[in-house]
Each structure stands twice: as structure tokens, then as C-alpha cells.
Design a protein around this ligand. Sequence first.
Ligand code: TRP
Length: 360
Amino acid sequence: MLSDRERRLIEEFGLEPIEKNIFKIPHKFVDRGIFIAVRGKDDFVNMLEGEPFYILTGIMPSYKLIHLGTYAVVESVKYFQQISKITIIAIADIESLSTRNVSLEEAKEFSIKYHIPTYLALGLDPDKTLFYYQSDNPDILKIAGDVARKTTFNELKAVYGDIDPARIISSLIQIGDILFPQFAISVKGLVPIGLDQDPHLRLCRDYIRRTKMFNFKQVSSIYIRLIPGLDGSEKMSKSDPLNSIFLPEEDYKILKRKIWRAFSGGRPTVEEHRKYGANLEVDVPFRILTYILDDNSYLSELAEKYSKGELLSGEIKMITYEVLVEFMDKFKENLEYYRDMVMNKRINLIRSSEDILSYI
Ligand code: TRP
């Protein structure tokens, strides 16, 4: 079930809803409604049915640690990667520079230690996944230049509301990110993102229709429901450490404390809870379980017992904590492995569209 806010945004942005039966390959995210909407649905359906496409998404290396919300995006990329030609991850160091005042050196350090190994440790296919830094890639600048030419200030204001130079450069460059793979492979693109990134996609799709400078094919975007902040707010945020679960959490005592303080959908007294049951939609530990737990029947069993009041809030928290510890243990092991790979430069780091050609 979507929150009121999610429903309002989907409607306001004019996104299309998704029926579960369009997905051919099963996945827990399909079952649990985590793919909440799509832009460019006809193309998206064709991709699911076998039309070739590339995946592109990006991350700002603005803070050393990545939080659990990113897991939702990476797990989705991993799902679509099974049927895509190639997956490209933009490390948005120019965006972090202009919007967060993070130096390029710092951004690179965060990326090598955390962002790139994390994406691989969460299960992306290391052979089919290419990474690049915005600051390395001249192709995105060529596109940004053309976007600037074909976009008016009023359009930017209409799409973004508040607009300033940092946002303008980031948005033009992001369109460069989304489209530059087409200089190498002339197929449509799929961009998995959270709802907050939709303005970029609207602008990008309009630009594709308008430009005659390049012959771009259209891109679709698939929207992933993000994990809420621990206090029940819209999403986890790196600028609010106590409100987020990081990948990894090093100290499990702190992890436990975070889960115990998380917003609960349980009732104030045991008596009331046994009588009315929990509200699962607002229960943050339960929401986390819907992303992490693999076993569908165990999740349904928990949902039923918790919503009937047979399980207490503390019991759900304990289960969530244990599931997260298992998840973190495995993640940390993978992270070490891929850190070594990144350090030894054995990952696919590209610098332009031309480099893509050697991977397809
Ligand atoms: N703007 C995105 C963010 O704030 C990062 C990003 C950069 C991105 N380029 C992209 C996302 C291309 C999707 C596609 O997190």
C-alpha cells in the first residue's frame, strides 16, 4: 500500500501505476509492491519482454557511508540487470561538488572505499556493471551543452520549483549521464530511481523529443519505494545518521539501539495491542523486513501475527535486528572482497562511451 504522499506524487508527476503481472521474472520486490510506478510504460513493458536496453543510475558520493535506502535501489538494478545488455553507474562527483561542497578528491576516496565496493557487495554482476566518475567523462558535457541550448529557464523553474546554479549544472549533467551510453549502443535506457529524482527524468524525456543534435532513443524510469527513516519520515538520509541504518553498521549495539528507537506501528499498551493489532504500514522495523527478508511465507506469517496483535512490537524489533545482523555480516564479508578488487583496479571503470564498446 502506498502512503498518501507517494500516491499524491505519482498523480502530480503523471507517472503510470504498475501491475505485478507485467514482470516475467519473480522477485520479492515485485511481490511486495516496491516498484511503485513507471514513466514510459510501453517501452518498459517491451524491455521486460526482451527488447534490448541499458540500465543507468547514479549516486552522489557526498558522505562516506551509504544507507539502507541505497540497498533498495541496488537490489532493483540487480533484478533488471538479469535482462539488460549493460549496467552503468554514474558516480556523481560533480553533483556532490556543486550541491554538497565535497571536493573531487574526497568524493573519489569515498567511492573507492565505500560506494563502488558496496554496489558490488550488494550483488551487482561485476562483469556487467561499469562505473564512471562524472568528472572523468567528457561525453556527458557534450550532452549537457546541448540540453542547456534546448531548455529555457522557465522550464527549469517549472520542473524544479526552486532553482539555483548548482542545481542547474547538476540537472544538465544528469541528463548527460542518462544518455551518453547511447553514443556507444543505440538502444533505449532504463533508469531505476526514487520518486525524488523524477524531475530530472521529465526534463530528460522532453529534451530527447526536442533535440535534433543527437539521435537519442527514449528512456523509461522505474520508481522504487524507498525505505523510510527510522523515525517514520519519508526516507533515510545520510545527513541524519541516527535516523538511518548504514551499510555497514559496524557496532551492532548501536544497530540494536537504532531498531529499538524506530517508529513502531504497535499500540501503546499490550492490552490494546492484543486487541487491535499493529499498523504495519507505519511500522518501520516491519517495513525494513519487507525489503530484506527473502522468505515470502515467513514474511506473511509475521504480517498476519503482528497485525492481529499476536506478536508484539518488541518481538518484531528483535526479529528485524537479527535479520539485519545476518544481512550485515554477509555484506561486510563481500565488502572486504570487493574493496580489494577496487583497490587492485580490477573493476570496470570507464571514462567515456567509447569504453563501453569493449564490454558488450
Ligand atoms: N542526482 C542523483 C542523486 O541525487 C544522482 C545521479 C546522478 C543520478 N546522475 C544520475 C541518478 C543519473 C540517476 C541517473 O542521488
